[in-house]
Design a binder for this molecule. Structure first.
Ligand code: EPZ
Length: 417
């Protein structure tokens, strides 16, 4: 198992390029299932989750090809088996995003229920309820979702919880349904908008993506298209927080401040100077950060995927911060590991009280989930001495070449096998 070794204490400086967004690439790759013609994607991040999904799609009969510029072509013309096995789905819950497209394209699908997840139970009942509202016959047997529908019918779907992949699954299914579908209380995340933009390029009829009401008028078939994946706003936020925590000055290219207002706001509150540029965003931080409170909620509020990273920042900030996690029921596991580095954190229910300490001390810690591992990397960058992070396969799921990018910014970090 790979480990990361970090010698802390170096303020990050310089510039790096931000990769394409994992949480846009995954649904958009599944959208390829909706068409018999090829979908060509650029700016796809090189991540374990992307490779996993390519393997899953390949097993269904999707022809996958990479060109010399790392452009990805997905051709679902030869789609022959609408089946997502447990062995694949258990390694990546986002595989559930094949359900809607398979049902819409093939009229049937057999998709393993995603198992449990470290950060929460994460059911998919709203995905299933929405598809049933569109006329699908869905049963759950032996851990598999067995779905059938001659042709899905447009429906008005009200989702009592805001679900990102639920909105994406239903939006994709509705593209080929008969009639109009309206999704109310839809997720407004930029990744949902990026998916809608790709679907529209394929010929879909979608209005309102990015608002809490999305209207889709079904068409008989979708064509191929070309689409460039949007920048990863969580990778952007992670590097900004790492620069702020180490008192550095960085420029991130190929991204935008517009897609992470809530995070930029909090970083400014912590004392960072942030400049939005056309093709990027810069951050400069003099001295230690001030403690900032936060409360996670669906976009455009503060993203849950940035909570762990901010906790690391608050660990070495001046003052006391309260972080409230409202999306997932078990997303504080990084706190236990941060305490091993000397952090002063009290958890009570869905709130964490973080008292800033003058210094963290390097130690051996263990990654438990994707964003928790990012939090430990940030803490290791500021801790005195050496920090070793185990189980970094979690990190590789969502961050492309993170140690290379951090080394480019001056960090003393290396991967040991
Ligand atoms: C997406 O997960 C992201 N993943 C997550 O990013 C992100 O944390 C999450 O949205 C919230 O922003 C992808 O986009 C691939 P939800 P998703 O459905 O869609 C409950 C990362 O680090 N819920 O919006 O699975 C659920 O339990 C990952 O990149 C139901 O109860 O999240 C949660 O409490 C982690 N029933 C809340 O809704 C359902 O049918 C929000 O979940 C669906 C969701």
């Amino acid at each position: 198992m790979d480990k990361l070794l970090i010698q802390g204490g170096v303020p990050l400086s310089g510039e790096v390029r931000i990769s394409g967004a994992k949480n846009a690439a995954l649904p958009i790759m599944c959208a390829a299932l909706l068409s018999k013609a090829p979908l060509r994607l650029s700016n796809v991040p090189h991540l374990r989750d992307v490779t996993t999904l390519l393997t899953l799609l390949g097993g269904m009969g999707v022809a996958v090809s990479l060109d010399e510029k790392l452009g990805l072509e997905l051709d679902a013309g030869g789609l022959h088996s609408p089946f997502a096995p447990y062995e694949m789905v258990k390694t990546m819950r986002a595989s559930i995003l094949v359900l809607g497209p398979l049902l819409a394209r093939c009229g049937e699908a057999r998709v393993s229920l995603p198992g449990g997840c470290a950060i929460g139970q994460r059911p998919v009942d709203l995905h299933i309820k929405g598809l049933q509202a569109m006329g699908a016959d869905i049963r759950v047997e032996h851990g598999y979702i067995i779905a059938r529908a001659d042709r899905l019918k447009g429906a008005r779907i009200f989702s009592d919880l805001v679900t990102v992949t639920g909105t994406e699954n239903l939006m994709m299914a509705a593209c080929l349904a008969e009639g109009v579908t309206v999704i109310e209380n839809a997720a407004r995340e930029p990744e949902v908008v990026d998916l809608a933009d790709c679907l529209k390029a394929m010929g879909a009829n979608i209005e309102g993506a990015g608002t809490d009401m999305i209207r889709i008028e079904g068409v008989s078939a979708l064509s191929g298209a070309e689409h460039r994946i949007m920048p990863d706003r969580i990778e952007t936020g992670t590097f900004l927080v790492a620069a702020a925590a180490t008192g550095g000055s960085v420029r991130l290219r190929g991204t935008s401040a517009r897609i992470l207002d809530a995070v930029v706001e909090k970083l400014r509150e912590a004392g960072a100077t942030i400049t939005a540029e056309d093709d990027g965003i810069s951050l400069c931080m003099d001295g230690p950060p001030k403690s900032v409170n936060l409360r996670t909620a669906p976009y455009p509020a503060f993203p849950t995927d940035m909570q762990a990273q901010f906790m690391a920042l608050d660990c070495i900030a001046r003052g006391t911060a309260v972080l409230t996690e409202t999306i997932f029921e078990n997303r504080f596991m990084h706190a236990l590991e941060l305490q091993r580095l000397g952090a002063d954190i009290e958890i009570s229910g869905n709130a964490a009280v973080v008292k800033g300490v003058a210094q963290l001390d390097g130690a051996a810690v263990m990654a438990t989930d994707l964003r928790a591992s990012a939090s430990l990397v940030i803490a290791g960058l500021v801790a005195r001495g050496e920090t070793m992070i185990e189980r970094i396969y979690h990190l590789d799921r969502g961050y492309e070449c993170i140690e290379e990018k951090l080394s480019q910014l001056g960090a003393r970090i290396k991967r040991v096998h």
